[in-house]
Design a protein around this ligand. Structure first.
Ligand code: IMP
Length: 254
């Protein structure tokens, strides 16, 4: 058990296997906890650390924003943290709304309701047909260790913007994001179908491929003992060396 004045103010008991997921979104929390379970990780969320306020996402890229969130939560709790940042890029709009996806239709710079964002995007694409409606969801997941080491991994999902909204599952732009393989919008898919294709699932599995090295070989408390900054650095250096002699994995960045 590791404690300091900040972690002792947490609503959970933290241990050397605790990872803070930098989110208050219960859906994301559930998905990520399941994904991390095989690694012996105890997932805590921002709700478990009420003293952490809003974190300003002022980065210019998904990776910057994911790192901003992971680093801020890691610094505030003294625990390893992971965060994701995601959004939609539309070909005909030069990659917009991108990092502004949540705030696309906002007038005050804050998040706008999903329906307003969807309506604005459909308006912007009026008269655009075929390849111009190509779009992709992107997600970057970042993890940060108390020693300052960080890793990022990316996932994307290629598709098209539908002419009209369809389906009632999911959130955000799901009702207008058309998956070419199934012919369904993301909002017409069950959560399981979406999870098999989504940018977030792809980013999570890319991050998980790096995870044993980041967390300490053999899982938390494994051969290397509880994760600490030096163990993270050693493992990361090993991974970086391997990377220099093998083709880069898509989306892999350290
Ligand atoms: P964040 O990663 O929670 O900051 O999400 C940014 C915004 O991108 C969301 O508010 C949505 O508008 C959009 N977005 C990200 N991922 C998805 C998705 O899986 N479906 C629909 N919209 C998404």
């Amino acid at each position: 058990m590791r404690e300091n004045s900040l972690t002792s103010a947490a609503a959970v008991t933290v241990s050397s296997a605790t990872l803070v997921l930098a989110t208050r979104n219960k859906g994301k929390m559930r998905e990520l906890s399941i994904l991390l379970a095989p690694f012996g990780v105890e997932a805590a969320s921002l709700d478990d650390f009420p003293f952490i306020g809003e974190i300003e996402e002022n980065g210019a890229s998904f990776a910057e924003n994911a790192l901003i969130k992971a680093r801020a939560v890691c610094a505030a709790t003294g625990l390893p943290a992971t965060a994701d940042d995601s959004g939609l890029e539309v070909e005909a709009l030069g990659g917009a709304p991108g990092v502004y996806s949540a705030r696309y239709a906002a007038v005050d710079g804050k998040a706008a309701p999903d329906a307003a964002n969807v309506e604005k995007l459909l308006r912007e694409l009026e008269g655009v047909r075929g390849a111009g409606r190509k779009a992709r969801f992107r997600c970057v997941m970042a993890a940060c260790a108390p020693g300052g080491e960080s890793i990022t991994a990316e996932g994307s999902w290629e598709g098209f913007i539908a002419e009209q909204a369809a389906g009632s599952n999911g959130f955000g732009y799901d009702p207008i994001f058309l998956d070419p393989a199934s012919g369904l919008t993301a909002a017409q898919m069950t959560p399981e179908e979406k999870n098999r294709r989504s940018h977030r699932a792809a980013a999570a599995s890319a991050l998980l491929r790096l995870w044993p090295a980041f967390w300490g070989r053999g899982g938390p408390g494994g051969r290397n003992g509880p994760p600490d900054a030096r163990a993270f650095s050693r493992c990361l250096r090993r991974e970086q060396m391997k990377d220099s002699v093998r083709p880069r994995q898509a989306g892999r960045r350290l």
